[in-house]
Design a protein around this ligand. Sequence first.
Ligand SMILES: [Zn+2]
Ligand SMILES: [Zn+2]
Length: 316
Amino acid sequence: MKVKFWGCRGSLPASVTHDNIEYKVRFALEKAIRLGVQSSSALDEFIRDLPFHIRSTYGNNTPCVEILGGNEIVVCDAGSGLRDLGRYLVSQPFSGPRVVNILVSHLHWDHIQGFPFFIPAYMQGTVIRIWGCHDGLESAFVNQQNPPCFPVLLEDMGANIRFHPLDLHGPNQIGGLKVTAIEQPHPGLTYGYCFEQDGKKIVYSTDIEHQDEVEDPMNPYVQFYRDADILIMDCQFNLADHLYTKQNWGHSSNLIAIELGVISKAKTLCLFHADPFLDDLQLDKFLQDSRRYHQIYAPDSEMEILLAYDGMEVEC
Ligand SMILES: [Zn+2]
Ligand SMILES: [Zn+2]
């Protein structure tokens, strides 16, 4: 199985500012001058050695995560990253009807706002199944395209778009994958999803506020996350944010995500739903701090910690 991240920001798309770009260019050029880089053939190695926040970006899109390995397209959430997935899909040759399954964690705008810009939804012959556990699933998608919010009604988009309730109590089969769901604390509730195939397990658990229940042996999330090959976890905040200013805002800290990842023996933890107010430099530091805490909290743990960025692929 494989995960491809199309959108990783929480709450709102993030912008890359003029200042951000100028900082990156200046940093790289000053380093090139210092090192005496003289030929374009040396550039590949030079760029590879630059810090991630200089040579790349964590991206701007709100949540959209593709789960690959089944026999249909399977996507978690329809944030603005769905627009880029749509552009990619229509650039690829395909034969026969295309089926896209979208599992929605919840109906906050950052998780559905990409759907009106999903090009395959305008193409006859495409089948789109939107799955979720909320009663208002269909009306949320319909309403965001009703006047005066958007010029095209959902019913006029062209594809065959259907809404399907997910069974919270039993495994569901979606696109060749076994899918189970769990209810999560967040304003208005959210649902986490576990995908399994051929002994591999990927968990998508975003917009969840873990409090201090981490060490509780009855914690249902430890069981849900248990032995995940890839655990994608909300950690919009650092500990200080979470404790002092943003408690009950519905998101977790990186420290709690790490502790839960270690306790549930996840192999790779992907920190997700990044704060849109943080720039690439601040996010690089967030990742370094997270890895440092992991070393202190569980020195023997071999869990890999990544900070998800738009375009990142992780295989298991
Ligand atoms: Zn969100
Ligand atoms: Zn939310």
